[in-house]
Design a protein around this ligand. Structure first.
Ligand SMILES: [Zn+2]
Ligand SMILES: [Zn+2]
Length: 255
């Protein structure tokens, strides 16, 4: 919200608690504290809710503060999202992963706004983003004895073979989002610089955890949260999960 919107919010609070709503400094600070919170109906409703519910304990209630607005607004919005029910958008073949994420966020906001109803997932559909599919092409075509020989010869290859035997997604099938190692290249790390010498790059023997997660997302749907292939894991309210659910990491690849 902007300082002028924050001033209106402070005026609403002043109607309840008689504070000085004219302070420009306060409006500026509130706008700063709530920069990512829009001045919408839910935000104003949070002020009313704060002053229309009894204090949690007998201690004298504090004045409304920005964090109260943030928390209560989220409660108002969360209450509109049914437990365990959320709508994944219909997969469209031409949509990129990034476009999907944008559309998914808009959908979550629409559910929380009360503009649409969340519906349970009926059926898993869709495939990976075309670039992911391209990256996966060719995986698994190398003869086993060549794979095994390479596993001993190159750093990072052994971990790849071990993952393959466990049925884990092939982390090296996609570039690493952390160290930017390319497809099929092992992850790298940089030894600290000494004196005036720059650091030196080394191959890591195991992929970065973020790459392992990204590979699982690219390779298979999640058995826990039902995120389709190529779509990050989500919490029941639809927000994206950091990393992936364990069942997705170790599941056998989808046929
Ligand atoms: Zn890496
Ligand atoms: Zn999941």
């Amino acid at each position: 919200m902007t300082p002028s919107e924050a001033a209106k919010l402070l005026a609403a609070a002043a109607a309840f608690d008689g504070r000085d709503a004219e302070s420009e400094a306060a409006a500026r600070l509130w706008a700063e504290a709530l920069a990512d919170v829009p001045a919408d109906a839910d935000t104003f409703a949070s002020v009313t809710r704060y002053y229309s519910t009894p204090p949690e304990n007998s201690a004298r209630r504090k004045w409304l503060e920005p964090h109260h607005v943030r928390t209560i607004r989220q409660e108002i919005r969360d209450a509109r999202i049914p437990d365990g029910a959320f709508t994944y958008p219909l997969p469209t073949g031409s949509e990129t992963g990034a476009e999907f994420v944008v559309r998914r966020r808009q959908q979550i906001a629409a559910i929380a706004d009360g503009r649409i109803n969340a519906e349970p997932i009926k059926q898993l559909k869709g495939g990976p983003h075309p670039s992911v599919a391209d990256a996966l092409t060719g995986v698994g075509r190398m003869p086993d004895h060549v794979r095994e020989a390479l596993a001993d010869a190159l750093p990072g290859r052994r971990a790849r073979e071990e993952a393959r035997l466990r049925g884990d997604a092939d982390a090296l099938a996609i570039p690493c989002p952390w160290c930017h190692a390319g497809t099929n290249d092992p992850c790298k790390r940089r030894r600290a610089a000494k004196g005036d010498k720059p650091g030196t790059w080394f191959h890591r023997t195991s992929p970065h955890p973020g790459r392992v997660d990204a590979a699982a997302i690219a390779a298979r749907a999640c058995p826990s949260c039902h995120a389709p292939m190529g779509v990050p894991c989500a919490h029941p309210d639809g927000r994206f999960h950091d990393g992936v659910h364990p069942a997705r990491q170790t599941a056998r690849p989808a046929a």
